[in-house]
Design a protein around this ligand. Structure first.
Ligand SMILES: N=CN[C@@H](CCC(=O)O)C(=O)O
Ligand SMILES: [Zn+2]
Length: 377
């Protein structure tokens, strides 16, 4: 067994026990084996001088990394006033279906390398740009090469070939497509958005989610992104682990979340890239809701892999302190994935550790856009 001692930690964020003065860590075989004052550290085989702030790696609980194609022109049009309504997803579906497996795998690998280099440890990856059975299954197979947190999103939008037959597509998604996809997924998700003509209303979403649950999948929901809607309350009612976006909430939505085990996952990169109002994270926290921050990395509403960027926006635009935003991007993400072993530094947990080239964690929001975060090991 080989043990590595980590010293030179200017600040240690554990999201667990308070850190000692002049903290040090020992990691052995990928597990946190010891935390204590550097002066008391037991012998180790090697040593790393962190020379900065050490924190749990970010947990990015919402991404759509399996795609091909480019929608930068759609982004540019939005910056001059065009609204987002989900219609551009069809462009990505076409490009993704046309890509061969090796190309898709390379694209995902490059995006995963990009996010890891910025301090993300574990990521969730959704399907949703195949929208037929073989392409959805392929997306999940490729996603599973990079994470165990794979999500079946056949109910992203109704694809063009079913434009006149929504009911037919719903039957496909909750029938044969689900049956083939379920062995490759942990989660099922739905774009519940009555404000988009392409996505699904409350009853359609309920039908998809309950079928997924019956097939053994756990639930997550895209809800209340483009306007008020039933997504948040449906997610809470069905016991979903997370409802994501939460941009347009009324008091009943906030009350429902506050009394529940459903995490509200906020995706400020989407509001940035669609020129929308940011969700009110302060209101949610003050009501006692558990919140997470994630990138939602996708070609339409947010092509960013950067959790530090999400933290900076949450602080500047959404009313969180830097400490709260960091917690939401680490432990919050872990809870949104119902992973008790992630998002904190604790003896016995996997050693997903990030180091900041900065004296303390406030620099994550204080120095936006600066590449401070990287994997420690
Ligand atoms: N809103 C639904 N799905 C993605 C966007 C997908 C796209 O536009 O390609 C999201 O989470 O924002
Ligand atoms: Zn999404």
């Amino acid at each position: 067994m080989s043990a590595t001692l980590i010293t030179g930690i200017t600040e240690l964020i554990t999201n667990d026990q308070p850190a000692p003065a002049d903290p040090a860590l020992i990691v052995s075989e990928g597990i946190v084996a010891w935390i204590g004052p550097a002066a008391d550290a037991p012998p180790a085989d090697s040593r790393i001088d962190a020379d900065g702030t050490v924190l749990p790696a970010f947990v990015d609980s919402h991404s759509h990394l399996v795609f091909d194609g480019d929608r930068s022109a759609e982004f540019a049009a939005r910056m001059t006033g065009r609204r987002y309504d989900g219609g551009g997803i069809a462009t990505t579906v076409e490009a993704t279906r046309s890509a061969d497996d090796d190309r898709l795998r390379e694209l995902v690998a490059a995006r995963v390398a990009e996010l890891r280099a910025q301090g993300t440890g574990v990521i969730e990856i959704k399907s949703g740009y195949g929208l037929n059975t073989p392409d959805e299954v392929r997306a999940l197979r490729i996603a599973a090469e990079f994470t165990t947190e794979t999500t079946f999103l056949g109910a992203h939008v109704v694809p063009a070939e079913y434009a006149g037959d929504r009911a037919g597509y719903l039957d496909l998604v909750r029938g044969p497509m689900l049956e083939r996809a379920a062995p490759h997924a942990r989660w099922i998700d739905v774009f519940c958005e009555p404000n988009s003509p392409h996505a699904f209303d409350g009853e359609e979403s309920r039908a998809i989610l309950t079928a997924g649950r019956d097939a053994g999948l756990e639930l997550r929901v895209h809800g209340n992104q483009l306007g008020p809607g039933p997504g948040v309350r449906l997610a809470v009612e069905l016991g979903a682990a997370s409802v994501d976006h939460c941009t347009f909430l009324d008091d009943a939505d906030v009350d429902a979340l506050a009394g529940s085990s459903t995490v509200a996952t906020l995706l400020p990169g989407v509001e940035f890239s669609t020129r929308s109002p940011y969700p009110d994270a302060r209101r949610l926290l003050d009501a006692g809701v558990t919140i997470a921050l994630a990138t939602d990395c996708n070609p339409g509403t947010c092509y960013s892999t950067s959790m530090p960027f999400m933290i900076a926006m949450a602080v500047r635009e959404m009313g969180l302190t830097p400490t709260e935003a960091l917690w939401a991007a680490t432990r919050g993400g872990a809870l949104a994935l119902r992973r008790d072993d992630l998002g904190r530094i604790r003896v016995g947990d996997p050693a997903y550790l990030t180091v900041l080239d900065a004296p303390n964690h406030l620099h994550l929001a204080y120095r936006p856009g600066v590449p401070l975060a990287r994997p420690l090991l």
